[in-house]
Design a binder for this molecule. Structure first.
Ligand code: NAD
Length: 494
């Protein structure tokens, strides 16, 4: 065996230290060839006054070893403590969250004995970019950012994962029937990249029906790739229907650093009782062994773990009379795995990985293709409360403003919460104080979706005239064509 590989280990809070010790015992017995470097993160650090829950020395260790095996931590309630998981993910660019979830029928009770799928979730973008604003008395907004490089990286990662782990299908879940620009980009990128993997079946599904199907027929899925928020929700659905939160592990993969953990939390209700199931963290650690180039050892441990489940040696969370033979403590469970190193399960499907392949998945860097961008208008968002509150009143006001600003822009429409209210809105539409006024070039056609270029100075003049007229502009969004294609959505009813 080559030299021991240094990895950073956080023993965590609650049941963390118990399950981490159990996992390290198994790794050591299997001669995994790792050299743990322990760091303190979490509750102790938060309560010592560090609101991020992690100190500089811990960052230094993680950035040196590039691998973090992390037990769950407790985030103290209230007090402005930041989520350590989000901090680590974002600071270290851990772009892919990989969560394999499987049924272990009949040893772990589930309605879906054949489920065996992997959720690959984009980890940094989407609504989790955390860019939120209150804009008017009535209205708040959260910016959903979906980028081409972010989408390419996660989708390619999903296909590479499928190829490496001999999985047959990749399903992309999005909601591009509604979010045509953002989710539409993710879908387009998926359609581009799938052509590079002809041996893998690729399909897409709208996230709402996708979530329903995952909850009722998870055995239909193999690899699912999706954006951050949908992935967050769907991965919990999947873990729940598999039978126990104590079983699944997850990897957070970056181009430099990666983090491996259990999916569950620190379970303070059973902390210190030697009853926790270490399987989730063990499965995270097995993903780590594959990642650092020790797939054969991961395979040996995985099969010993399956053999332990088959022998009916179960921790309390999965113990069931009839299927279980021994109610095991955390320590007894890990000892049972150690005893079974070298054994292969008889009923559960043995785990195997093609060790001749490079099991560390890497995706190529981003090859930016520049597109030609044409400014064709502007959405001006206005905070306005009328008496009476009428779309016609603000419509006429913005038309007057466009004339006062030199007449090179004209009002095309106004929407309120995305629905067209001017011209020709419905009196039934509920109105807030947040108006999106779409202005385009005066010589653009009045109807339809064709546009003519706009001089940026026309927008500056418009905003200057708005200030003079006392109109409360809260933000603007320029409207662009990219290589002639519309880069903005139409208003509902436009
Ligand atoms: P939890 O996952 O800790 O516990 C939910 C339930 O599942 C509890 O009844 C618990 O006893 C049980 N459970 C969880 N893991 C188990 C295991 N390995 N074996 C047996 N039973 C297990 O969720 P929670 O109670 O909502 O959160 C507790 C704390 O964990 C909170 O402070 C939360 O912020 C934190 N948390 C941390 C992480 C993380 O570090 N990645 C993730 C989720 C929650």
């Amino acid at each position: 065996m080559s030299a021991h590989i240094p990895i950073t280990v956080a023993r965590g809070d609650g049941i963390g230290p118990e399950i981490m010790d159990a996992v390290l015992r198994v790794l050591e017995a299997a001669e995994a060839g790792i050299a743990p470097e322990f760091i303190d993160i979490g509750e102790k650090v938060y309560l010592a006054g560090n609101s991020s829950g992690i100190e500089q020395s811990a960052w230094d260790s993680i950035r040196r070893t590039k691998i973090l095996l992390k037990a769950p931590i407790t985030t103290p309630q209230g007090g402005g403590y930041k989520s350590l998981n989000v901090t680590i993910r974002k600071s270290l660019g851990l772009f892919a969250n990989v969560r394999p979830v499987q049924a272990f029928n009949p040893y772990v009770e589930t309605h879906y004995p054949d489920m065996d799928l992997v959720i690959i979730r984009e980890n940094e973008e989407d609504l989790y970019a955390g860019i939120e604003h209150r804009q008017t008395h009535d209205v708040t907004q959260c910016l959903k950012l979906i980028t081409r490089p972010g989408s390419e990286r996660i989708i390619r990662y999903a296909f590479e994962y499928a190829r490496n782990y001999d999985r047959k299908k990749v399903t992309c879940m999005i909601k591009d029937n509604i979010m045509k620009v953002t989710d539409g980009l993710f879908h387009d990128v998926f359609d581009e990249i799938r052509t590079e993997y002809p041996e893998i079946e690729a399909s897409q599904q709208i996230i709402d029906i996708g979530t329903a199907r995952v909850a009722t027929a998870p055995e239909r899925y193999d690899v699912i790739v999706t954006t951050n928020l949908y992935g967050d929700i769907i991965s919990d659905v999947v873990a729940e229907v598999s039978g126990s939160v104590g079983m699944a592990g997850s990897a957070n993969i970056g181009t430099e650093v990666s983090m491996f953990e259990a999916i569950h939390g620190s379970a303070p209700d059973i902390a210190g009782t030697n009853r926790a199931n270490p399987s989730g963290l063990l499965n995270g650690a097995l993903q780590m062994l594959v990642h650092i180039g020790r797939p054969a050892i991961a395979e040996t441990i995985h099969n010993a773990w399956l053999s332990t489940l088959e022998a009916g040696i179960h921790t309390a969370d999965i113990y069931r009379p009839g299927h279980s033979t021994h109610l095991a403590s955390t320590d007894e469970f890990s000892d049972a795995i150690v005893e079974r190193l070298g054994r292969v399960p008889k009923r559960l499907r043995p785990w195997s990985i093609d060790t001749s392949r490079d099991t560390r998945i890497s995706v190529p860097g981003y090859d930016r293709q520049q597109s030609t961008k044409t400014l064709v208008g502007v959405d001006v968002f206005v905070d306005w409360v009328g008496d009476p509150m009428s779309a016609d009143t603000i419509g006429k006001g913005i038309e007057k403003l466009a004339t006062a600003a030199g007449g090179s822009l004209k009002l095309k429409m106004i929407t309120n919460r995305g629905v067209k209210v001017y011209p020709e809105g419905f009196p039934e539409t509920f109105l807030t104080d947040h108006w999106r006024c779409r202005l385009v070039a005066s010589d653009a056609p009045d109807t339809g979706a064709s546009y003519t270029p706009v001089d940026p100075e026309a927008i500056v003049n418009l905003l200057g005239a708005a200030v003079e007229a006392g109109i409360d502009v809260i933000k603007t969004e320029n409207l662009y064509l990219f290589d002639g294609d519309r880069g903005f959505s139409l208003g509902q009813g436009e």
